[in-house]
Each structure stands twice: as C-alpha cells, then as structure tokens.
Design a protein around this ligand. Structure first.
Ligand code: OFO
Length: 169
C-alpha cells in the first residue's frame, strides 16, 4: 500500500473514532434531557462508528500497513435544540463523506483498486446516513416548536431507523 494511502486510511480511523465519541456525547445529552429514544438512536450510531473504525484498523494491518490508534478529541456536549443536535449530525456525516471521497480520489491517482474496492462499502454507508440525517431534519422542520411533536418524535425515532433499514434490504 502506498504511504499516502496508508496515511489517509489512518486519518479515517481517527474521523470514525471522533464520530463515535461525538454521537456518544449527543446520546448522553439526549438522555440527560429526557429524550430516551433519541439517546438510543445516538448510542446505536456511536457503536456503528466504532465498528467502522475497527473495520479500517483491521484492513490497514491486513494490507501490511500499521494502523495507528489515535487520541480522541473532546466532543461538543451541549446543544440548544433538537434541530442543532441533528444539524450537527448531518454536518458530521458530510465531513466524513468528504474525507472518504478524498481517499477514493487518491486511490484512483495511485491505481490502488484494492483499497478503492474496500472503500465502496463506506461510500454506500455514507449515502444512507446522510439521507437519514436529512429525512430527520425534514421531520423536525415539520414539527417546529411543538412539544407534543417532539415527544412523539422521540418515541418513534427508533422505529424510523428500523424502517430505513428495512427499505435498504
Ligand atoms: Fe462511519 O459512517 Fe457515517 O460517519
């Protein structure tokens, strides 16, 4: 594996780890503010991001590289509204997508089709996650400041994820 690609993959390990911690902080905020459904949503996503990190670590080592386990950034832990929470979720996903696209670009420059092929899984995952974040923000726009709407949104958010997963099968 080219050193440039190994560096980008190791950076990606850090971005996935940071996303995991970021979503853990979001889950904790939701928990502390009485939004148990939203907390479950972010605890689940935090764990998914951790799995994405592990998948990269294993791949780098299997390809003869050296995976580096990064120090973590302290995530933002306070949010003024559900809108801010989910806007941050979308921005985080957009950032990760951009970084994955940079890896894909570098793979094509170096004709590394093996890494390119491996990264296609991440490309699909990002498409799904960004679509989900946008759908959730659309729902929050419809609900506006209605407290009953927030209550129902919190109660139903996990079934919304299950519906998304069903349509992806
Ligand atoms: Fe790792 O899937 Fe989104 O960020």
């Amino acid at each position: 594996m080219k050193p440039e690609i190994e560096t980008l993959l190791n950076n990606q390990v850090k971005y996935e780890a940071n996303a995991s911690m970021h979503y853990m902080a979001m889950a904790s905020w939701a928990d502390a503010n009485g939004y148990n459904g939203i907390a479950d949503f972010f605890y689940t996503h935090s764990e998914e991001e951790r799995q994405h990190m592990i998948k990269l670590v294993k791949f780098i080592n299997e390809r003869g590289g050296n995976a580096e386990i990064p120090a973590l950034e302290k995530p933002k832990s306070d949010f003024s509204s559900l809108n801010e929470l989910f806007e941050d979720f979308l921005s985080s996903e957009e950032f990760v997508t951009q970084k994955i696209n940079e890896i894909i670009f570098e793979c094509l420059q170096h004709k590394d089709y093996n890494v390119h092929n491996f990264m296609q899984w991440y490309v699909s995952e990002q498409l799904e996650e960004e679509a989900m974040a946008r759908s959730i923000l659309d729902k929050l726009t419809i609900i506006g400041d209605d407290k009953t709407g927030h209550y129902i949104f919190d109660r139903d958010i996990m079934s919304f994820i299950n519906t998304q997963e069903d349509t992806q099968q």
